[in-house]
Ligand binder design. Structure first.
Ligand SMILES: CC(C)(COP(=O)(O)OP(=O)(O)OC[C@H]1O[C@@H](n2cnc3c(N)ncnc32)[C@H](O)[C@@H]1OP(=O)(O)O)[C@@H](O)C(=O)NCCC(=O)NCCS
Length: 172
């Protein structure tokens, strides 16, 4: 499979916005109200917000390309950019998304392995993430990759407060 990774720069923001919105809608639109979805898309996937996230030195976006097509992306956080406190030794996978048409082709696996390489290079002790309790497909993917649940947190999608499972994989 002809795949390659690219760390997202400010000049890639339009492409990042497109793939972020598309994968988010594909994943969650069927189970959430249009109003809550729109609120999240406007807030987190606006160009200004995405640019600020790209320019944050404690966050990194990585696009994966299949041939000449963008197929998915990863967002990782370290330090104080993580969405939970007291995670100094951790790297958070905040987003890992593969476009529907490319799912099941091991691209998610490549993105996940890329995040491990980033974490190891940064000397992190573990990788962690939050996943919506109703996203059984992603939970199965993480369990298969050795993640175990260690807690929960609340994620706000518009006016809806949702429970995320917190999952962790030790690297040391
Ligand atoms: C979850 C996701 C990243 C997985 O990526 P993918 O490219 O579809 O998965 P892969 O092809 O890399 O599969 C890797 C392994 O996980 C397994 N897997 C993938 N989906 C699975 C599922 N629904 N149930 C069980 N195992 C699954 C595969 O069988 C494969 O294992 P194998 O090597 O033994 O065959 C992808 O489906 C996705 O983007 N989903 C929508 C977005 C999302 O929910 N993101 C997570 C937000 S927290």
């Amino acid at each position: 499979m002809n795949t390659r990774f690219k760390k997202v720069e400010a000049s890639d923001v339009a492409l990042l916005q497109e793939i972020s919105r598309k994968t988010f809608l594909e994943t969650y639109a069927a189970q959430n109200t249009a109003e809550n979805m729109q609120h999240y898309l406007d807030k987190d996937f606006g160009l200004e917000s995405l640019l600020a996230q790209i320019n944050n030195p404690d966050s990194g976006f990585h696009l994966v390309w299949l041939g000449d097509q963008p197929a998915g992306y990863l967002k990782v956080n370290t330090g104080l950019s993580q969405t939970e406190p007291n995670m100094e030794q951790g790297l958070e996978i905040e987003r890992i998304y593969v476009l529907q048409e490319f799912q099941g082709m091991k691209i998610g696996q490549l993105l996940f392995e890329h995040s491990i390489a980033i974490a190891r290079k940064a000397g992190k002790a573990y990788i962690w993430l939050g996943v919506w309790e109703e996203n059984g497909k992603a939970i199965a993917f993480y369990q298969k990759n050795g993640f175990v649940q260690f807690g929960t947190h609340v994620f706000k999608l518009g006016g809806d407060e949702q429970t995320d499972f917190l999952m962790k994989l030790d690297l040391k």
